[in-house]
Design a binder for this molecule. Structure first.
Ligand code: COA
Length: 416
């Protein structure tokens, strides 16, 4: 089957999560992704949080499937020559090193486009070029704090809170992948490569745009009616943390179900969609609320929304989260069980769709990973195991024109 990115060669000069998540996605879509790693060590995630001694950690295997790995010391003259050769023969180079690292290595953007004017150079940094923090090294939670996620996540009486979702890392990688695809299309039209830069702060903020919406509403009217602070609490001049409140115009909350006392995830998310009030009243056994003026409109419900949630919790107390959703779905009420990672790992629908896949790894055996969340009607995405460190070094060197003798010299010089 033809893959969309077949014939596109990508130098994957990335590490940790933001860059690898981007290149893994492009590898799924058919690009030949060559992961360039330091001899002996490789990507730091190979050895971080290991669950099996001496075997690549899941942190690495789950972000580097479908790639080839070459080891290359790009600080040696021989290693630099190999990288130059790779740059001449590739379409895209992706990197997410600390600020200035590639310049120090001798591979500035000017040098890269001198070697290959069609090259698309894609780069992740914590902050954008010219930002007053542009020199900072950044990890996930730093980006969540800088991008507005932490100040708006959590409960109002607790500290700023980071999300478990990788808003700074994988999310930035997804933004970069979109940028690369646009740059490839641009190159198809013009023949010219270009630099694609994405910052982690900007990518987090892009997902927090509704909070910037709220800041402007707060500045204008002094309150935010969908937040738990309204109408009984007080607002300051900054967007507060709203706990589990629905972020749009539909009130919602996480509600306890049967077993919550012992099961930390015995909850559902319940949404009160304005036009679905009648079915909600029927579903929870409160038909009289449907026509009661004190409850009939969203506005009338606002000052007692937590009493309404308490009534729904009372209705939920003899139902498991799955039983509750099975009832509520019949009434077309937007809701979901709060799923644990264990439940997600074993979810038959996620397995069937290929979103949770079991993959074979040469040293580890089978492991679970998250497959492509993007489904195509004409293409399938087959997830393969991640490469061992330097597994394809000789094969890649041969691909780019090195003879067996030259390859032996590179090994002897410890450049690969
Ligand atoms: N051969 C030789 N040297 C190599 C190499 C190779 N194959 N690959 C990397 N290196 C060197 C780099 O040249 C650099 O050396 P230098 O600092 O002496 O110039 C060094 O390894 C890597 O530096 P750096 O990226 O700064 O690593 P770090 O571990 O100190 O910092 C991060 C890690 C993630 C904080 C930093 O890379 C960063 O801020 N990246 C941008 C934002 C980002 O992507 N964050 C992580 C999201 S998951």
């Amino acid at each position: 089957m033809t893959k969309a990115l077949e014939g596109i060669r990508i130098i994957d000069f990335t590490h940790v999560q933001a860059g690898p998540a981007c290149t893994q996605l492009l590898a799924w879509f058919g690009a030949d992704v060559i992961k360039v790693e330091r001899p002996g060590a490789g990507d730091v995630t190979r050895s971080q949080l290991r669950d099996i001694p001496g075997v690549d950690a899941l942190y690495f295997t789950m972000l580097n499937s479908n790639k080839r790995s070459i080891t290359l010391d790009t600080k040696t003259p021989e290693g630099k020559q190999v990288l130059e050769q790779l740059i001449r023969g590739s379409d895209v180079m992706v990197e997410n090193f600390g600020p200035g690292a590639l310049d120090r290595m001798g591979f500035s953007w000017d040098r890269i486009r001198e070697l290959n004017p069609r090259m698309i150079w894609a780069s992740v940094k914590g902050f954008s070029d010219g930002h007053h923090y542009e020199d900072l090294k950044v990890y996930e939670n730093v980006a969540q704090c800088a991008g507005g996620a932490a100040s708006t996540t959590g409960f109002w009486d607790g500290p700023p809170t980071v999300s478990a979702a990788a808003l700074g890392d994988s999310n930035t990688g997804m933004h970069l992948a979109i940028g690369i695809l646009a740059a490839l299309r641009y190159r198809d039209k013009t023949g010219r490569g270009q630099k694609v830069a994405v910052s982690m702060q900007d990518s987090v903020l892009n997902l927090c745009r509704v909070k910037l919406r709220d800041q402007q509403r707060l500045d204008r009217v002094g309150y935010l009616e969908e937040y738990p602070q309204y109408p009984h609490g007080t607002f300051s001049d900054v967007v507060p943390r709203g706990g589990n409140a629905g972020g749009g115009g539909q009130p919602g909350w996480v509600l306890k179900c049967k077993g919550w006392e012992t099961d930390p995830n015995a909850y559902i998310y319940f949404t009160i969609q304005g036009h679905a009030w009648a079915p909600i009243c029927k579903a929870i056994g409160k038909p009289e609320w449907e026509t009661d003026p004190a409850y009939m409109t969203a506005e009338a419900r606002q000052d007692k929304i937590f009493d309404i949630f308490a009534t729904i919790e009372d209705w939920l107390k003899d139902k498991t989260k799955f039983e509750a959703v099975d009832i509520l779905r019949k009434f077309d009420i937007p809701c979901s069980p709060v799923l644990s990672m264990k439940e997600i790992a074993n979810d038959p629908s996620l397995r069937k769709s290929g979103t949770v896949v079991e993959v074979e790894h040469k040293a580890r055996g089978k492991y679970l990973t998250v497959g492509s969340p993007i489904k195509f009607s004409e293409m399938s995405v087959e997830v393969t195991g991640s490469p061992l460190l330097g597994e394809h070094t000789d094969e890649i060197l041969k691909d780019i024109g090195y003879t067996p003798e030259k390859i032996a010299e590179l090994h002897a010089a410890k450049a690969v």
